[in-house]
Ligand binder design. Structure first.
Ligand code: ADP
Ligand code: MG
Length: 695
């Protein structure tokens, strides 16, 4: 249950004076439906009204506060024309401009001959000084009531700054004095103040500098949010692990046979990863481990060896892939090892139906099948194992937090879980998304990969690129030419890709060039790729569809056009399409002007590194966490106050803090524990907090 002290903050915004259904909808769009959403909607800007020039000296474009005398009212001649109120001081004249004014109101506010203090943005318009809809029109005696400096909030269509500001202030007034959940020594060392004080400070910026995420007030609140996140993850993890796991110790018999069948030996990085997994499985605690490594880094072999260990221990294994295609690929990749080890491997996807499916389910139940590879079909109600010992989940680029949770139910005892991801997630992000898991990183270049010579060049040199391609193709090379295609400008992008296709056909010979894009039928696309793989086509012009699942080792040239429009991770993936065979490979990143500073730096990162983890860290630094890999949509970095690009250092501290808290007071029973419960609910970590009472 949410602590009572938080009730006022979780009230609906409509409980505020002046907020009716219309305003409620607008506020919901701009910030959220509860008061807590409003207080966490931090100012995006600041207005300084302390600039008080005389009219003649007022700089256009600036917010100015002027003391003026009302000289004349000039109503618009037609309805569409604005009402002008001419005002002046001893230096000049300014027109206050009102569209659709109420006559009574405007005449009452600005009576002829009176002196008024006005504040708003000064403009010059066809030779005249004017101010459209002043923010303030006050009598001289009321002028002191105008704040010299005001926060600016993010708005939505139909919501004014004035109303939003008033509503946020209303919400702030209702914030109860919350207990301190941070360690007082830590708080002092950081020079931070209480939650309430920090919140008030953030909503009262005194200048642009106060908007930085690095201010002590912002850092304090960001830390609070990160701590709630980390504490929640630890509590969930410990609960999952708390139920004792089983000790799964293989004999090594099957592994030896499987390894003997491989045409290569494992890399030191692979051996180290396996050692970590073995130790987890052998421990009486449940394994929850994340294995990170670039596409092609060799994760599949590791997964198979772990699964074989479970089989050696008399149990079964499950290997789940995000798509049917990948499940089939894994199945094919593992078949050789399975055969060598003499175990039974089966495939279960949505496509297995009817009698075949029933037989399969019976065999799973009776332990006739040792390892099952499949899609989320593995989670169907009617799938039952004889004795599931290990589940491997290959997430590739998806983040299946929910599926991980579903796994609990499938075994007798808690099942060990190994999650694999090909997305090199920066440490900071891994902590927030997978803080509940132990992480193994499979470092180093994927086995057999050669470094790719990466060059960055301007589109003005496109001719050189084309003649380079002509020469390379004449001597037998195969190449990709990637054009961007994003939804917002799909039509234009598609046209550009088609134009490029036509141009390259002309230059290289129509019979040698193919085109693939997302709008084509899969069969057509597959046919083109097959022709490329077979060597009938030498160049494929493609939109980014080639990112997934393409493997043509003979391709040695990758040209990416409009490289400045791609994300770093995406470019890294694209580059990974070449350098797979024995030939020397090149990646040409072609940019179109103008190239911004950030884009320039990003391309530089790619030229300097081919380590997915380094690139991901740089991506985070350059783009901010929100944009990275579309994490916002995936719910990965779902923070309101913390900005991982700015607060990465705090995350590590919050992680340690959370561990310490949990080790000392797992049920949060101490006085600080009670305050931490408030923190968890404040940041919506109800899920974790619920374990406190039930678990
Ligand atoms: P991932 O699952 O990480 O994307 P895979 O396990 O599919 O990568 O490995 C990519 C390719 O590298 C496969 O063809 C695999 O057989 C091969 N491979 C894996 N480990 C090694 C190794 N140690 N030496 C050489 N090739 C390897
Ligand atoms: Mg793979």
């Amino acid at each position: 249950m949410r602590p009572a002290i938080l009730f006022p903050l979780f009230a609906e915004t409509r409980s505020l004076a002046g907020v009716g259904p219309r305003l409620e909808r607008l506020i919901a769009k701009a910030a959220g439906t509860r008061l807590v959403d409003l207080i966490f909607a931090l100012p995006a800007g600041v207005i300084d009204r302390s600039y008080r020039p005389r009219i003649a000296a007022a700089e256009p474009g600036r917010i100015a506060t002027l003391t003026v005398k009302v000289l004349a009212h000039v109503p618009g001649r037609e309805r569409r024309q604005p009402w002008r109120v001419r005002c002046g001081d001893d230096s000049g004249v300014i027109d206050l401009v009102f569209f659709h004014p109420h006559k009574d109101y405007i005449e009452r506010q600005l009576p002829l001959g009176e002196t008024r203090v006005i504040s708003g943005r000064v403009e010059h318009f066809s030779g005249r000084v004017q101010m459209v809809h002043p923010d303030y029109v006050l009598g001289v005696d009321e002028a002191a009531s105008m704040p010299a400096i005001e926060p600016v909030y993010r708005l939505t269509e139909g919501l004014s700054q004035k109303v939003m500001g008033r509503t946020v202030r209303g919400a702030l007034e209702r914030v109860p004095e919350l207990p301190e959940w941070l360690d007082p020594v830590f708080l002092r060392a950081r020079g931070w103040r209480s939650f309430n004080q920090a919140l008030a400070t953030l909503h009262a910026p005194q200048g642009e500098a106060d908007l930085s995420p690095l201010t002590p007030a912002h850092a304090r609140l960001a830390y609070d949010e990160l701590l709630a996140n980390q504490l929640a993850l630890i509590m969930v993890r410990e609960r999952l692990r708390g139920r004792k796991g089983r000790q799964v110790v293989g004999t090594g018999v099957l592994r030896r046979k499987a390894l003997a069948a491989l045409p290569f030996s494992l890399t030191p990085a692979q051996l180290a990863a396996i050692a970590e997994i073995d130790a987890d499985m052998a421990s009486p605690l449940r394994m929850l481990r994340l294995l990170q490594g670039d596409v092609g880094a060799g994760k599949t072999v590791i997964a198979m060896l772990a699964l074989l260990s479970a089989v050696e221990a008399g149990m079964q294994g499950a290997f789940m892939a995000p798509t049917e295609l990948l499940a089939r690929q894994h199945m094919a990749a593992l078949a050789g090892m399975a055969e060598a080890a003499g175990i039974r491997l089966a495939l279960l996807t949505g496509r297995e139906r009817g009698a075949a499916r029933s037989t399969l389910l019976t065999e799973l139940k009776s332990n006739a099948i040792d390892i099952v590879v499949g899609t989320h079909a593995l989670f169907s109600e009617d799938v039952a194992f004889h004795d599931l010992g290990l589940a491997v989940i290959d997430e590739q680029h998806r983040f299946g937090v929910h599926q991980r949770m579903q796994l609990q139910g499938k075994g007798h005892a808690p099942v060990d879980v190994l999650v694999m991801t090909a997305t090199p997630i920066p440490r900071t992000l891994a902590l927030t998304a997978y803080g509940d898991m132990d992480v193994t990183r499979l470092l180093g270049r994927p086995p057999g990969r050669k470094p790719v010579d990466t060059r960055v060049l301007s589109a003005e040199r496109l001719n050189e690129v084309v003649s380079h391609l002509q020469r390379a193709i004449a001597s037998g090379a195969r190449a990709y030419w990637v054009c961007p295609l994003i939804e917002e400008s799909e039509k234009i992008d598609l046209a550009a890709a088609e134009a490029r296709y036509a141009m390259l056909k002309e230059a290289l010979g129509a019979a040698l060039v193919g085109l693939v894009h997302g709008r084509m039928k899969p069969a057509e696309r597959d046919a083109t790729m097959a022709a490329f793989k077979a060597g009938d086509l030498k160049l494929v012009v493609a939109t980014t569809v080639i990112e997934v699942g393409v493997d043509v080792p003979q391709a040695t040239i990758m040209v990416v056009e409009h490289a400045e429009r791609f994300g770093l991770a995406q470019l890294h993936q694209l580059r990974g399409r070449v350098g797979r065979g024995s030939g020397k490979s090149t990646c040409l990143l072609v940019y179109h002007q103008p190239l911004g500073e950030i884009a320039r730096q990003r391309l530089k990162v790619l030229r300097q590194s081919d380590d997915g983890f380094v690139i991901a860290e740089e991506d985070l630094r350059l783009r901010g966490a929100g944009e990275l890999l579309g994490v916002r949509q995936s719910g990965l970095a779902d923070f309101r106050l913390a900005d991982l690009a700015a607060h990465g250092e705090l995350l590590a501290a919050a992680h340690d803090d959370a561990r310490l808290i949990y080790s000392r007071d797992p049920q949060l029973k101490s006085p600080r524990g009670a305050a931490l419960r408030v923190l968890l609910y404040l940041f919506g970590r109800d899920e974790a907090a619920r374990y406190l009472t039930t678990g």
